[in-house]
Design a protein around this ligand. Structure first.
Ligand code: FES
Length: 128
């Protein structure tokens, strides 16, 4: 079996939703201290739906593929569904990652959670 699935290679070579959202409603940045990789997620949220999402990843191929797949999984979804997204679901959608690369998909889960937390705290602050 090849080390990486075709889906991983596809999302690594042609990552979807790369970039930044200037007026994002939530931004989450996480890093992995061991490998030094960093992932940043930008969410646009309207009526509790993730209407747009973009990411920047300074990291390995699996991290890029994971963030790309994660953006596809959450775009257009209600935030309570997005909160449930696990790194396992991201890895499964990529047809699997090698065991020692699972932590790369964890970054995607954490970056999305961090962006949602940012959104919730901004919302709370705005509501006073
Ligand atoms: Fe660090 Fe993949 S090796 S995120």
């Amino acid at each position: 079996m090849a080390l990486y699935s075709e889906k991983v290679m596809d999302h690594f070579r042609n990552p979807r939703n790369v970039g930044i959202i200037e007026d994002a409603d939530g931004i989450g940045e996480v890093g992995n201290a061991k490998c030094g990789d960093i992932m940043k997620m930008y969410l646009k949220i309207e009526n509790d739906i993730v209407t747009d999402v973009k990411f920047e990843t300074f990291g390995c191929g699996s991290a890029i593929a994971s963030s790309s797949m994660a953006t596809e999984l959450i775009k257009g979804k209600p935030i309570d569904e997005v909160m449930q997204l696990t790194n396992k679901a991201v890895a499964e959608a990529l047809d699997g990652l090698p065991d020692y690369k699972m932590h790369c998909s964890v970054l995607a889960e954490e970056a999305i959670q961090a962006a949602l937390n940012d959104y919730f705290s901004k919302k709370k602050a705005a509501e006073g």
